[in-house]
Design a protein around this ligand. Structure first.
Ligand code: 3PG
Length: 211
């Protein structure tokens, strides 16, 4: 059964943690997904910032029970390529109408980045209610989420940027769908001898944001 964009957003919210990963070698994609799964985190956002990111995405999309999406999606072309290779959701640092509409046309979930009330309104106008708050820590973290939730009580945020194990727990609040971080699998730790450490970090981070 094919899941809808809304099902995917529900799944991401149930997982509560969204690891942001920068993969240089596609051979690391499957073992990385397995390491995350072992730590109880069944999803990842592969950023399109490396030459072989799409190959990594394609490989990771074959892992059963694992939800993979593309991050740093800046163009319609990247949206189309990612979805063709298995991305189930698209994340952007900002709210590009073009990317949002591509995702809708492709039938996948889109989590665009916002950092102001005006951007929240623009994304709401496109029908979206789950938005990435970026860069979350720099914007004031949970205080910013609480301020935005005043006028936008129907919006759920995925805070991202500057979140690690030390401040993760502050995001275990209403209005946070999931917490995004590169802390679980930093680029330098995505290598065979560090996958156990990734599993342990996934467990620890998940525990911090559990409600
Ligand atoms: C990013 O775009 O890299 C994400 O927002 C993750 O940010 P972080 O590296 O500060 O966790």
């Amino acid at each position: 059964m094919t899941s809808t964009a809304s099902d995917v957003l529900d799944e991401l919210a149930a997982i509560r943690v969204l690891p942001v990963v920068v993969i240089d070698d596609p051979a690391h994609a499957v073992p990385l997904a397995e390491a995350l799964l072992a730590g109880g985190v069944a999803c990842a956002e592969i950023t399109l910032r490396t030459p072989r990111a799409l190959e990594a995405l394609e490989a990771m999309s074959t892992v059963p029970g694992f939800l993979v999406g593309a991050g740093t999606v800046l163009s319609e072309r990247q949206a189309e390529e990612s979805v063709a290779l298995g991305a189930r959701f698209l994340v952007s640092p900002g709210a590009s109408t073009r990317v949002i509409r591509s995702a809708a046309a492709l039938g996948v979930a889109c989590v665009p980045g916002v950092s102001t009330a005006t951007e929240v309104m623009a994304a709401r106008d496109e029908g979206l209610r789950t938005l990435k708050l970026f860069p979350a820590a720099q914007l004031g973290g949970v205080a910013m989420i609480s301020a935005l939730r005043g006028p936008f009580g129907d919006v759920e945020f995925v805070p991202s940027g500057g979140i690690g194990i030390d401040n993760a727990a502050s995001f275990a609040v209403d209005g946070v769908a999931s917490v995004s971080t590169s802390w679980i699998a930093p680029r330098s730790e995505i290598r065979p001898d560090r996958f156990d450490a990734v599993t342990e970090r996934a467990r620890r981070f998940r525990h911090e944001v559990a409600r």
